[in-house]
Design a protein around this ligand. Structure first.
Ligand code: NDP
Ligand code: GDR
Length: 337
């Protein structure tokens, strides 16, 4: 049985990747952070108590700030595959917390790479690199496009990208960068713009909210569907050569387009509800990201199937459904999101 370690298993991508690997028969280990409240809601449905049979999903406390813990855990597990999906992943927040973002999203990767080099060099390593590394470089962007990050988050990801590449070249590790464009799902964090829109639309439809405050509506993004992207991550680690790949749909949409797709689907007009709030603007914006994933299609047989209009429908339908089940508990989430 293959063994995988997912750092960031409680996040959007980690939860879908855990499902995929369990379906493929892996033993899946996940790193979770100690918190004063439960932070495993995205993976609770996968969890099986250690006392009931032989679970294939096992969770371990740790943190990307804690290098010695990464060494002890990786030494103990000797995983076949390690996926580093852990990060302070919010671009706007990275302007408020640039040093913390550099430590976790940047140096955290080096801590994992060092642990792999020292105690488990046979492990295959996946680094969650990002289209945010392209930043101000105009689209279309592919593996050859120069980086020009526009945020502390983007700069930290560029550092992690180069450290991953360097450990591959310097020490012969099987270490790859997946350069993923935005990917979304009903499990997307509530403060990213797509989910913020689909949750608000569901609440507006139910008569529980009257306004939605957003920032820049003109940014262009290439939004795909997360379950397809975690399959791409896995394929990168099954390839015979360690290489870096872009995953993207190749299609462009603005925030306005996403609002259109979402609100039209539930029979409303977003212009009646959306207002501007400058606190959602970033000091420097990434204007346009549109990926060219032809290398992944040629070498991994990977191609995005779900495009943004269908993605918006999947997400808003899931939020309408969740609201009907969870009612006021669901809507009581804090307003500062
Ligand atoms: P999320 O923000 O949903 O998940 C991030 C994960 O990292 C969570 O499990 C979180 O734990 C964990 N984490 C945060 N800080 C630490 C820390 N100090 N130590 C250990 N773990 C930590 O992100 P996504 O799932 O959307 O993205 C996964 C990865 O892919 C991230 O690295 C992101 O930057 C990158 N990425 C994402 C893209 C996207 O469109 N989604 C596109 C390109 C790259 P907790 O639950 O406790 O907060
Ligand atoms: P992004 O995602 O920055 O692309 O990073 P986000 O959804 O936060 O922003 C996308 C675009 O929407 C604009 N926007 C708003 N964004 C948020 N969050 N909230 C708002 O109210 C709002 N109004 C407008 C933003 O300015 C931006 O242009 C995501 C993260 O998952 C990263 O971790 C990942 O690396 C990249 O995608 C690829």
């Amino acid at each position: 049985m293959k063994k995988a370690l997912i750092i960031g298993i409680t996040g959007q991508d980690g939860s879908y990747l855990a499902e995929l690997l369990l379906d493929k028969g892996y033993e899946v280990h996940g790193l979770i952070r100690r918190a004063s409240t439960f932070n495993t809601s995205r993976i609770n449905h996968l969890y099986q108590d250690r006392h009931d049979g032989s679970p294939r999903l096992l969770l371990h406390y740790g943190d990307l700030s804690d290098g010695s813990r990464l060494v002890s855990l990786i030494a103990e597990l000797q995983p076949d595959e390690i996926y580093n999906l852990g990060a302070q992943s919010h671009v706007r927040v990275s302007f408020d917390e640039p040093e913390y973002t550099g430590d976790i999203t940047g140096v955290g990767t080096t801590r994992v790479l060092e642990a792999v080099r020292l105690v488990s060099p046979q492990s295959r390593f996946y680094q969650a690199s990002s289209s945010e590394m392209f930043g101000a470089t105009p689209p279309p962007q592919n593996e050859e496009t120069p980086f020009y990050p526009r945020s502390p988050y983007g700069a930290a990801k560029v550092y992690s990208y180069w450290m991953t590449k360097n450990y591959r070249e310097a020490y012969g590790l099987f270490a790859v960068n997946g350069i993923l464009f935005n990917h979304e799902s009903p499990r997307r964090g509530e403060t990213f713009v797509t989910r913020k829109i689909t949750r608000a639309a569901a609440k507006i439809k139910a008569g529980l909210q009257s306004k939605l405050y957003l920032g820049n509506l003109d940014a262009v993004r290439d939004w795909g569907y997360t379950p397809e992207y975690v399959e791409g991550m896995w394929r990168m680690l099954q390839h015979d050569k360690p290489m870096d790949y872009v995953l993207a749909t190749g299609h462009a949409a603005t925030i306005r387009d996403f609002l259109d797709y979402t609100f039209e689907h539930i029979g409303l007009s977003w212009q009646d509800y959306v207002d501007f709030d400058s606190r959602y603007l970033r000091p420097t914006e990434v204007d346009a990201l549109i990926g060219d994933a032809s290398l992944a299609e040629r070498e991994l047989g990977w191609k995005a199937q779900t495009l943004t209009p269908d993605l918006a429908k999947i997400m808003v339908e899931a939020d309408v459904e969740a609201l009907s089940h969870e009612g006021s508990h669901w809507i009581d989430k804090p307003k500062f999101l």
